[in-house]
Design a protein. Structure first.
Length: 109
């Protein structure tokens, strides 16, 4: 199944790619592809909404030390969170640091 994704870098660039993946690629396949895009660190899954669709985004699971804020990924995460929890205080939401990979569909099951 052709699966599109976007790599958001902290410098504001966004690169579109696609790959052939099974409908349910599994954790090992996801890690194999995504971790190198994140700089080799471990991955953390974020379920997000974009254009009314559930999607999966992955970011580095390390601490924020040494990483710059990823404005684009943070905006997607904050918008998703505030959609799900409209009474939340947007000033208290965490930022996304480092590169982020956003898939065009759900791949994490």
């Amino acid at each position: 199944m052709k699966t599109g994704y976007t790599l958001f870098k902290t410098d504001g660039t966004a690169t579109r790619q696609s790959c052939e993946w099974p409908a349910r690629p599994g954790l090992n396949r996801i890690k194999e592809m995504v971790e190198p895009l994140l700089g080799g660190g471990g991955l953390m899954h974020m379920s997000v909404l974009l254009d009314g669709k559930e999607r999966d985004m992955f970011v580095d699971d390390a601490t924020t030390e040494g990483f710059e804020v990823n404005e684009q990924a943070t905006k997607i995460w904050h918008t998703t969170y505030l959609t799900r929890f409209p009474k939340a205080d947007s000033k208290t939401l965490p930022w996304v640091y480092g590169p982020a990979v956003l898939f065009d569909r759900q791949v994490w099951f």
